[in-house]
Design a protein around this ligand. Structure first.
Ligand code: ATP
Ligand code: MG
Length: 261
């Protein structure tokens, strides 16, 4: 993982101008995310989490301050930053394979190469046998995995995920959490993950940021180390039953409660 993928926000803020006046969604924020980190962002509804993610994605630009990725100011969306949204955004008229292959096709990657990369990504997310299906033939969890494959195929250094598992049932969600940890480990990506679940944030992350109610700012920046953590291992789901896990979860839950003001 190269130095070049570091994310640096310096005094980055975002104010939306609306008919009823300005809304400060994100207060001046200083934040550095190192390559390979798994950072979750939690905080009350409307506190600016999606705004922060969209600044990183390049869908929005800051009102003040700078957002720099890999040494360059972010000036728009780019292939080094893949975004997974909460709602399924697969193209219904394409097969699963067609959806995953779409990005490389648009970028002009030769057919043989994009076919083999697409198959490799489908295999990685456990959809190796579902390439010829249409999105409607997949379950919600499978559609989410197809979306992740569609992002991974472009080999982004950074994956930005906005409540990707919010709409899923608990069992599917737990499976996908472990899948995501495996992908993160194998593919060596940086992940920024928004969630409303403190449990999910604690289980997945190497670091959790808690944001205050609007105007949003980072009020807690907590490194997460859990029993059994190794630099190349994936966390055992059983870790959620340990006192260490519950202590961190309680600490973060209290911070979020206080953040409501
Ligand atoms: N395009 C926009 N125009 C005007 N105001 C906006 C816009 N997008 C967001 N806001 C406002 O900015 C604030 C932060 O919104 P944002 O979507 O970043 O919150 P969030 O933390 O992602 O919330 P949630 O958890 O509900 O998804 C909110 O007060 C919202 O009303
Ligand atoms: Mg949001």
């Amino acid at each position: 993982m190269s130095e070049a993928e570091r994310v640096v926000l310096t005094g980055a803020s975002k104010t939306y101008e609306t008919a009823s006046g300005p809304t400060i969604a994100l207060s001046a924020t200083d934040l550095t995310i190192e390559p390979g980190e798994f950072v979750s962002i939690v905080g009350p509804s409307g506190c600016g989490k999606t705004t922060l993610l969209q600044l990183l994605a390049g869908f929005l630009s800051p009102t003040d301050g700078t957002v720099v990725v890999g040494g360059k100011a972010v000036s728009g969306p780019a292939a080094d930053r893949g975004v997974v949204f909460q709602a399924p955004t697969l193209y219904p008229w394409l097969t699963v394979r067609g959806n995953v292959e779409f990005g490389p096709k648009v970028r002009g990657v030769a057919k043989a190469e994009r076919r083999s990369r697409t198959q490799a990504m489908l295999d990685l997310v456990g959809l190796g046998d579902f390439g010829d299906k249409r999105p409607y033939e997949l379950s919600g969890g499978m559609q989410q995995r197809a979306q992740i494959a569609r992002v991974l195929v472009n080999d982004p250094a950074i994956i930005l995920m906005d409540e990707p598992y919010g709409a899923l049932d608990a069992l599917t969600r737990e499976r996908l959490q472990v899948d995501l940890l495996k992908i993160w480990r194998r593919a060596g990506k940086t992940i920024v993950f928004i969630t409303h679940s403190v449990e999910e944030a604690t289980f997945l992350s190497t670091r959790v940021l808690v944001m205050s109610a609007r105007p949003g700012r980072v009020i807690v920046d907590r490194r997460i180390e859990l029993p059994g953590d190794t630099s190349d291992g994936v966390r055992d789901p059983g870790v959620v039953a340990t006192p260490e896990f519950n202590a961190i979860k309680g600490e973060l839950a209290k911070a979020i409660y206080d953040a409501h003001g």
